[in-house]
Write a protein of this length. Sequence first.
Length: 411
Amino acid sequence: MRRLVQPWLAVVLALLVATSMSPSASASRAGEAYAVAGPSTITLTGHGYGHGHGMSQYGAEGAARAGLTWQQIIDFYYPGTSWGEHRGSIKVWITGDTSDDVAVSARSGLKVTRLAPRKTWTLPANGAKQWRINGLSGGRSQLQFRKSGSWRTWKAFRGSGQFSSANNKLTLRTPAGPKTYRGRLRSALVTPGGAARDTVNVLSLESYLRGVVPLEIPALWSADAVRAQSVAARTYAAKERADRRGSHYQICDTTACQVYGGFDVEHPAATQAIQDTARQGLFYEGEPAFTQFSSSNGGFSSAGSVPYLVAKEDPYDGWSGNTNHTWAVTLSDRDFEKHYPQIGDLTSIEVVERDGNGDWGGRVEDMTLVGSRSRVALSGDTLRSLMGLKSSWFTFSVAPLQARNSAARDR
């Protein structure tokens, strides 16, 4: 939600800022200006880590410590959603396997399946150390094995194929080393008839979560916090799956989606939390809910793209163990000038608009860097990305930098 400042209030605020570099909190801070007179240190004090939509993971832990159950935690962070069950399988793009083949370690019971028309072959115990499905032009696949040295072809077929095993585990050979996954490993065509392939892990939603939850939240946190994370991650995956029904993959394994590490990262406590909440998830208007979450909202969640991702005060985020609730970073005027050299010497930082929620008027939405030659408009999120800040919820304080050579700005 944006809160616009009346023109007279903007003038008053600008005058107040001009006389003090440590402005007090207010409901809205449009019109802030921070003068930079010569070489300076610029300290940003902020709240939270991440976008602040939906569940705060530190907040979930704080809520669990305060006695809330996992159901109550979820209801607090996703108001207006309804409960239901998410079942079935999911297709996960393994982004770290960057080649056009899918190579796995040989093991007993190893099988390969051509997807269409469907046919399965049990691979022989022929002394091979590795097997791979190699993508060829025209949408063809080559099934090969290697004992030592070069690869030898065992069979060729048209279309995509996938590996499976008797114990439902496969060790994928990636450029970064071997990694073990549950389920099947598919050599998926990126485009029909092409040679390019993506490695896709196809497995049950519940098995998938075993490789997600311990990477998204400390597995040994309060059980109800880890259970809440299981529900949020399950629902997030179900939403991604629903939105990409026709794609060769439905979710990726990085922070662009949610982090997934396969069998190697599983933790007993996280697995127990997943089992405790088995299949439980959220819906909105009959579809899986978009259950975004972030590390810390700093004490006030931010409004998201859907009605149930609301902006509201969070009393649970600020417990003593949350080092992301409040943070500070000290930069210099040069740090700003190197990203925007066209402005010349930085002379002022102006905060044009905030979201109106929490300390200092909330997260920075729009701001301007004013220099000796020009000015540049940018968002709080842009500054966050450029400077490696934890969030877009911050304020500024400026102090003269005594140590820099006075001639250093003659450039």
